[in-house]
Write a protein that binds this ligand. Structure first.
Ligand code: HSE
Length: 437
């Protein structure tokens, strides 16, 4: 099949991230979509502006109409943000029968009603997974995965910049302004960072989520109760911590008997809650449905490639919708049936992990030396050793060893040899340590 041609409007952080992901993963992407995705052209305001070198690999124009009017281009990716001129570009694309993929939460929150109507009239799609939660597929999760539920609430951290600022203030004991500057340097903040710190960006995202979750219209911005994080000081964060709480920028949409609550504000959350441990630029959304119960979605909510991940996922979805064969629209196993490839399943012996070993040993001189020698003979490095016990009168003592990463087969041989020592009593408890990085 011929590649699908796309045009991208806007090559900022997310636009360049999208080019990178499309190029790096082109094989995987076309195996999933059933067709290659070709970037026909990218429109930017100023062609001469210094940008990521990936931008040199595509054809640039400073005239978006070249994309919007091109009969070759089937999908327009809008990544400029803001309402104008994005609204004009998106409506122009839809009216010309093009599908649109966008990350523009403000545009959808404010003008979504008109845009969805135009798309419906034109029988085209507006896909917007990247508008909320960056690399987390929260829209799909609510719209498709939880479609059988009556959703009761959504509580989440949906602005990465404000979470990054509050986390950084706590961890580095520094000021709000220092962290704001850093988040701007890293490309997390909106063009106008007031959107992040005053909670406006989270309001846009929450309006979209609430509509999808509860089946209500996109709410008015002024109907969402909003408080920003600007007035939080390091002292507030430190006092809250002493009391067992973290200060988090929350977005909340809840059903009650009489209607829906919808609000964005900083809040104290008990440190024992998972949301309190969502740090840095990470986002997480706790969705409670009557059937599924509580489900938590976590991931990078801002940044070039995480957001690009959602843009590209939408492109794949749209390309699947465009394929004429309904059976292959969404392949049962995600990849097109003729693109399934075989990869060998590794033997467990080839897997490497760090390990926790707990053994009971005789309480006498030289025993630890024997144990560590066996580990050394098998080239297993020790990360730490903990000897428990209350004194020399005990005959045996528990010893816990954390090893560094080692190959399974080597670990098993060492355990066998350790268990054969007279000084090691019974069997050794071994638990693999998973490094979740
Ligand atoms: N400024 C936004 C944030 C970017 O910090 O979450 C992603 O929408």
């Amino acid at each position: 099949m011929k590649p699908v041609k796309i045009g991208i409007i806007g090559l900022g952080t997310v636009g360049c991230g999208t080019l990178t992901v499309l190029q790096r993963n082109s094989q995987e992407i076309s195996r999933r979509a059933g067709r290659a995705i070709e970037i026909a052209m990218c429109a930017v305001k100023n062609i001469d502006k210094k940008r990521d070198p990936i931008a040199n690999t595509v054809k640039l124009t400073n005239n978006p109409n070249q994309i919007l009017e091109s009969s070759d281009i089937d999908i327009v990716v809008e990544l400029i943000g803001g309402i104008e001129p994005a609204y004009d570009y998106v409506t122009h694309a839809l009216r010309n029968g093009k599908h649109v993929v966008t990350a523009n939460k403000e545009l959808l929150a404010v003008r979504g009603k008109d845009l969805f109507q135009i798309a419906q009239d034109q029988s085209v799609v507006i896909a917007f997974e990247a508008a909320v939660g960056g690399g987390i597929s929260i829209i799909k999760a609510i719209r498709e995965g939880l479609a059988g539920n009556r959703i009761q609430s959504l509580i989440g951290i949906i602005n990465g910049t404000s979470n990054y600022i509050l986390t950084g203030m706590k961890e580095n004991q520094c000021s709000f302004n220092d962290m704001l500057e850093e988040s701007q340097k890293l490309g997390y903040a909106e063009a106008d960072p007031t959107f992040d710190i005053a909670g406006i960006d989270a309001v846009h995202k929450l309006i979209i989520l609430a509509s999808i979750a509860f089946g209500v219209p996109l709410q008015k911005i002024s109907d969402v109760n909003r408080i920003g994080i600007e007035s939080i000081t390091y002292d507030d964060i430190a006092y809250a911590n002493e009391l067992g709480f973290s200060v988090k920028p929350l977005a909340i949409a809840k059903r009650s008997q009489s209607g829906i609550e919808i609000r964005v504000h900083p809040a104290l959350i008990s440190n024992q809650r998972l949301l309190a441990n969502v740090n840095g630029v990470m986002n997480a959304i706790l969705v409670t449905g009557d059937a599924a119960g509580r489900t938590l979605y976590y991931g990078a909510g801002a940044g070039a490639e995480p957001t690009a991940s959602a843009v590209v996922a939408d492109l794949v979805d749209v390309v699947r919708v465009m394929t004429s064969d309904p059976e292959n629209r969404v392949p049962h196993l995600a990849f097109q049936p003729n693109s399934i490839s075989s990869l060998p399943v590794l033997s467990v012996n080839e897997i490497s992990t760090a390990n926790y070993l707990r053994m009971t040993v005789e309480n006498q001189a030289g025993v630890l030396a024997e144990v560590t020698k066996i580990l050394g003979d098998h080239e297993i490095s020790i990360e730490s050793i903990l000897q428990k016990g209350t004194g020399s009168h005990e005959d045996v003592l528990p010893v816990v060893i954390i090893t560094q990463e080692t190959v399974e087969s080597r670990m098993l041989r060492a355990i066998e040899q350790l268990e054969s020592l007279d000084s090691v009593k019974g069997t050794i408890t071994r638990i693999r340590i998973e490094d979740l990085n």
